[in-house]
Write a protein that binds this ligand. Structure first.
Ligand code: GLN
Length: 188
């Protein structure tokens, strides 16, 4: 399998290391042509407004949306979650809209910029250390969306068919389980 990691902006190197540790080849995706060479794609954390702006400029935005609608498995962390969401509540920004969630950007950012919390994830036998950095909060989600983990009453890991999102950053831990879960979505 070749796993694409969007190299437009953000902490893509950490995701690359995680996937390589799990024994798969990584392609850093920067052009629409790169999408033809991959079996799944990760959109990292970073700054969602910048990511969306550059994706549009290089022609990745529309090409990627089409690929995801055709079934390409995709996983977005933090800013990547925002890029994939249907609606951003507090910012007038077009997003890919491939997962039926409404999100509030930087919702955990005002009290404290970043924090860690051990959380339960559906199907995982032990808690997972979730690292939040100016994280988005999911406020609404549609009936097609499966909630895989929750923190303080809001979902923090969700899936709709071939689209997986977390508001936290597993790539900043040594725990590969969320990435393995995503790889499992590709094989099926
Ligand atoms: N606050 C960032 C945004 O709105 C996301 C933060 C992150 O990816 N760690 O894009």
């Amino acid at each position: 399998m070749v796993i694409g990691v969007s190299g437009i902006q953000g902490d893509f190197r950490e995701h690359k290391m995680m996937i390589e540790k799990l024994g798969h080849e990584v392609l850093i995706v920067r052009t629409p042509e790169d999408l033809e060479k991959i079996d799944g794609l990760i959109i990292p954390g970073g700054e969602s407004t910048t990511m969306i702006r550059i994706m549009k400029r290089v022609g990745l935005f529309d090409a990627l949306k089409e690929k995801i609608l055709q079934g390409l498995p995709v996983y977005g962390t933090c800013a990547g979650l925002i890029v994939l969401a249907k609606e951003i509540e507090n910012y007038p920004q077009e997003s890919l809209g491939v997962i039926d969630i409404k999100v509030m950007r930087n919702a955990y950012g005002r009290q404290v910029d970043s924090f860690e919390e051990y959380v339960e994830i559906k199907g995982f036998d032990k808690p997972f250390k979730a690292i939040f950095i100016r994280a988005p909060r999911v406020d609404e989600w549609g009936p097609e969306v499966e909630v895989l983990s929750t923190f303080e009453g809001h979902p923090i890991m969700l899936r709709q068919n071939n689209v997986l999102v977390t508001s936290f950053h597993p790539e900043l831990t040594d725990d590969t389980r969320v990435h393995e879960y995503f790889l499992g979505m590709i094989k099926k």
